[in-house]
Design a binder for this molecule. Structure first.
Ligand SMILES: [Zn+2]
Length: 59
């Protein structure tokens, strides 16, 4: 999860969804870009990146 701030109404919320690039602001429904970090939820440490990325390839 990640804090997202709507650039339209400045509402902030904790995003937990699965959308890869955009989500809608729950307040004004403006389309809000999700920060880079949520696209790669396994990016926690360098070691984590290597391990989990290879497991994910199967899908
Ligand atoms: Zn908004």
């Amino acid at each position: 999860m990640v804090m997202i701030k709507c650039q339209h109404c400045e509402y902030e919320w904790d995003y937990k969804g699965m959308a890869p690039f955009y989500t809608s602001c729950p307040r004004c429904l403006y389309r809000v870009k999700i920060p880079e970090s949520t696209k790669d939820p396994w990016v926690i440490t360098d070691e984590e990146i290597i391990g989990k990325k290879e497991e994910k390839e199967e899908e």
